[in-house]
Design a protein around this ligand. Structure first.
Ligand SMILES: [Zn+2]
Length: 483
């Protein structure tokens, strides 16, 4: 019987903390400025410079740890991780090793129900960035940009609890959503603010001992993460099936070749000669501070999802769409409901017209829309539609104008004469006109093709620029034809 293999996956995620300044100095963390414009003796690793810990980096680390149900360690220790690389000016990175900021959390994946254990979360500084391209002398030299050197990071390390590339992707997406919702990280993977390494091994099904693992580095998109892990699982299974052995090594995902490549043989922890950072004291966190951060924690995305289903009866798909478009739309939707609109109608507007109008606009769309069309204004528009003052088509038109100018629905309807026409008197002339113009449709209807009425209604609606009450038009047309 052929051996079946089971993949085992653990992730290590580096997330840049959204602080204004670096973790051990006052230099700016701003992205996209010219190379080497944010540097000082501390983050350039000049001799004699001493690090001072940034309090808000610690606070953001605590927030993330709480959201992942970790235990906050009231005492933790910074450590030096020693290695030599051109983008690391001190020759060591200040990180945490034996006593990290937080331990023992977990995160449930709502897609698969897998519960992924969090081993630890620790604080550390980022390295600089080597630039190998884009200079006249790029074929001879590499350049280094130290703007990123000393930018605060947390590293989230999971237990090897995932059994498929899909689960790993789902974990990364869920974690990103949480970190963004807490304003801990900006979720920007292209700029490198959020990066993922995956530890992958396989073992014969039924075997308890773990197989030899490889680490795939720097996966900076959900798609790359999934494909790199899938590729690595298949590669390892093939090696084992053909009688070979897996070597513990670090691999890179080659986007263009769609495969992983060896980067270097894997370091062991002792290769880094970790020791406690002598220039920083023990990191002490008071119970009071922990409690204060806990009180300030916003609702987590998973709790929001449950609430949207329980309080408003939204479908799973509506919830998914609402929370994905932009979390601030959740509040918007709830405000519309509060203004006395049924959740069913409110959600249709939020996911329909509102989202459609947001897509056409630049910058902070939700903010723009909320200022021009606050939830109460949308609620008023919906009421005009509900009471029959305006038709559905006109309502959409009015909404678009509201998004553009910020005027109220009443004002636009009044000024542009958009109120629905629902008096027989006002419609009968138009109805008669359409009937004389379209003899064909009339005879079709008479010969039993009841669908022809739809065409005629459409013509009247067109002639009244969408203002006629379609139900009344339908009635009048039937009456006139049937005599
Ligand atoms: Zn600095």
């Amino acid at each position: 019987m052929p051996t079946e293999f089971e993949p085992i996956i653990g992730l290590e995620i580096h997330a840049q903390l959204l602080t204004r300044t670096k973790i051990f100095c006052g230099c700016s963390t701003k992205f996209g400025t010219p190379p080497n414009t944010h540097g000082c003796p501390v983050c350039l690793g000049l001799p004699g410079a001493l690090p001072v810990l940034n309090r808000s980096a610690v606070e953001l680390g605590i927030r993330a740890a709480m959201a992942l149900d970790c235990q906050i360690e009231l005492e933790s220790v910074f450590a030096r991780k020693n290695y030599f690389y051109p983008d690391l000016p001190k020759g060591y990175q200040i990180s945490q090793y034996e006593l990290p900021l937080a331990t023992g959390g977990h995160l449930s994946l709502h897609e698969s129900g897998t519960d992924v254990g969090i081993t630890r979360i620790h604080l550390e500084e980022d390295a600089g960035k080597s630039l190998h391209e884009g200079f006249p002398d790029s074929d001879l030299k590499s350049h280094v940009d130290f703007n990123r050197s000393g930018v605060p990071l947390i590293e989230v390390v999971t237990e090897p609890d995932m059994r498929s590339a899909t689960d790993a992707k789902s974990f990364f997406m869920t974690l990103r959503e949480i970190l963004v919702s807490l304003a801990v990280n900006n979720g920007n993977m292209e700029e490198g603010s959020l990066r993922c390494d995956a530890n992958v091994s396989v073992r014969p099904v039924g075997q308890l001992a773990l197989g030899v693992k490889t680490e795939v580095k720097n996966l900076n998109s959900f798609r790359f993460l999934e494909r790199a892990i899938e590729h690595e699982i298949n590669r390892q299974i093939e090696v084992l099936k053909s009688g070979g052995q897996i070597t513990q090594e670090t691999r890179l995902w080659d986007t263009s070749a769609d495969r992983t490549l060896v980067m270097r043989s894997k370091e062991e922890a002792h290769d880094y000669r970790y020791f406690p950072e002598p220039d920083l004291p023990l990191l002490r966190i008071s119970e009071d501070w922990v409690n204060e951060v806990r009180r300030s924690l916003p609702e987590l995305p998973s709790a929001t999802r449950v609430r949207l289903v329980e309080n408003y009866g939204l479908t799973a798909e509506q919830v998914e769409q609402l929370t994905r478009v932009k979390p601030s739309l959740v509040t918007y939707f709830e405000e519309v409901v509060k203004a006395d609109v049924s959740p069913k109608i409110a959600i249709n507007w939020c996911l329909g017209e509102l989202t459609r109008n947001l897509n056409g606009r630049q910058v902070d769309k939700v903010k723009v829309i909320s200022q021009r069309v606050p939830p109460v204004a949308l609620a008023k528009l919906i009421k005009l539609l509900d009471s029959g003052t305006i038709s559905g088509t006109i309502a959409k038109e009015v909404f678009e104008k509201m998004c553009g100018t910020g005027e109220s629905a009443e004002m636009i309807v009044e000024r542009d004469g958009l109120a629905q026409i629902d008096s027989v008197e006002m419609l009968s002339d138009t109805v008669n006109e359409i009937l004389t113009q379209h003899h064909d449709a009339v005879s079709q209807y008479r010969s039993g093709k009841s669908g022809a009425i739809g065409f005629l209604v459409g013509q009247v609606m067109k002639a009244t620029r969408g203002k006629a009450n379609p139900k009344l038009v339908n009635e009048l047309l039937r009456k006139a034809i049937e005599g």
